[in-house]
Design a protein. Structure first.
Length: 335
C-alpha cells in the first residue's frame, strides 16, 4: 500500500503521446499547427516587449513598427540557416532544390532567426529612433517565451526528438513517421526534447524578468544573458537529439552554434558593462525622443475659452458706462 501512489503516478506518466494530426484543412487552405504555434509565440513576444518598452518610456506599440522589418527577416534568416546547415536535404542527386522555398514543409533554425531578426531590428530601430540595445533587452524575455511556445510545433510534427529512453515521460512517435529511426521497436520511446526546451525557456523568462528588474540590466546586458541561458540549454538538447545534422569535429553543427551563442552572450554582457557603467538616459537615441500628447485636464480650459485680461481701453469704457448708468438711475430715483 505504501507504494501505490508512486505506482499510479508512474502509470499516468508511462509515456507522452504525440498528436495524431498536425494540420487542419479549411477548404483549399491547409493550416499547420506548427505555424500556429510560431504565430502565437510572435504575438506573445510582441505583447510582452511592448509592455516592457512602454514602461521605459517608449511610444506604445512602437514594437509593431520594428517587427514589420524584424519578423520577415528573422523568418528568412531562419530558413537560410537551416538550408546551409542541412545541404544534403536540398542539393545533390535525388533531391529537389525547389524544396528550399517550401518553408511550410518545415525547416527553420533559431540561430538563423536571431541573425536575420537582429538585422531587421537594427533597421527598425534606426527607423523609429529606439536604441537597439534597449529594444534587445526589452525583447529578451519575449524571445524565450516565443521559443517555448514554438517548440510545441515540433510535438505536433513528431520531429526533433531525442535518444531512446525508458523514462516514464518518454515520447511516443509513430513507427511509420519518416523521422522514426529504422531498426527500432515500434514501441520505443524517446526523450521529449521539445518539452525539455519548453520548461527551460519558461524558467528563463522568469529568470530574465527577475534579474533584469533586480539589477536594472541595460545596454544589451539582459540580451547577453538571454543568449547564455538559451544556448546553454540548447547544448544539452542538441547533444541528445537524433535528427540528421552536419557533424563538425565530432559535434553537431547546432551544438557548435550554441557554444558560440554562449560566448557571444558573455562578450556582450561584459563588454557593455565596461562601456556603459551607468543607466540609459532614454529608450531613444539623442534627438529622436518621443513626447506623449499633452493630456487636457478639466480645469485647463485655456484652449476653449478666452480667459485673458481685456484691453485697458475696454476696461475704461466699461467703467464709464457703468458710472453713467449708475448716475442715471440715481437721478430717476430723486425725481
Amino acid at each position: 500500500m505504501t507504494f501505490a501512489p508512486s505506482i499510479a503516478l508512474h502509470g499516468v506518466l508511462a509515456s507522452i503521446p504525440s498528436p495524431q494530426v498536425s494540420y487542419i484543412d479549411l477548404g483549399p487552405l491547409r493550416i499547420h499547427f506548427y505555424a500556429l504555434c510560431i504565430i502565437a509565440g510572435i504575438i506573445a513576444a510582441t505583447l510582452l516587449t511592448n509592455w516592457r518598452l512602454t514602461k521605459r518610456g517608449a511610444e506604445p506599440w512602437v514594437v509593431i513598427d520594428i517587427s514589420l522589418i524584424a519578423v520577415p527577416l528573422a523568418i528568412i534568416g531562419a530558413r537560410i540557416y537551416h538550408v546551409l546547415t542541412h545541404p544534403g536535404f536540398y542539393f545533390g542527386a535525388g533531391t529537389d532544390i525547389w524544396a528550399v522555398f517550401r518553408i511550410w514543409e518545415g525547416g527553420i533554425a533559431i540561430y538563423g532567426a536571431l541573425i536575420g531578426g537582429a538585422i531587421g531590428a537594427f533597421l527598425g530601430c534606426k527607423w523609429t529612433g529606439i536604441r537597439f540595445w534597449t529594444f534587445a533587452d526589452a525583447l529578451a524575455p519575449g524571445l524565450l517565451l516565443a521559443q517555448a511556445m514554438g517548440r510545441f510545433g515540433n510535438w505536433f510534427n513528431q520531429e526533433l526528438f531525442g535518444l531512446p529512453t525508458d523514462l516514464p515521460w518518454g515520447l511516443e512517435i509513430d513507427a511509420d513517421n519518416a523521422a522514426f529511426p529504422p531498426g527500432l521497436d515500434p514501441d520505443t520511446l524517446f526523450h521529449p526534447t521539445f518539452l525539455y526546451e519548453v520548461i527551460w525557456n519558461s524558467l528563463g523568462v522568469l529568470f530574465l524578468l527577475w534579474v533584469g528588474n533586480r539589477f536594472r540590466l541595460q545596454w544589451g546586458r539582459l540580451f547577453g544573458l538571454y543568449l547564455v541561458w538559451y544556448s546553454a540549454g540548447r547544448i544539452v538538447w542538441e547533444s541528445i537529439r537524433i535528427d540528421p545534422s552536419e557533424i563538425i569535429l565530432g559535434l553537431r553543427s547546432n551544438v557548435w552554434a550554441a557554444i558560440f551563442g554562449v560566448i557571444v552572450g558573455l562578450v556582450i554582457f561584459f563588454v557593455q558593462k565596461q562601456r556603459h557603467p551607468g543607466f540609459e538616459p532614454s529608450p531613444y537615441v539623442s534627438g529622436r525622443e518621443w513626447t506623449p500628447a499633452r493630456t487636457v485636464q478639466s480645469q485647463d480650459t485655456g484652449d476653449f475659452v478666452d480667459v485673458s485680461e481685456p484691453p485697458t481701453d475696454e476696461v475704461t469704457k466699461g467703467a464709464g458706462l457703468s458710472q453713467a448708468t449708475s448716475q442715471s438711475t440715481s437721478t430717476a430715483v430723486v425725481k
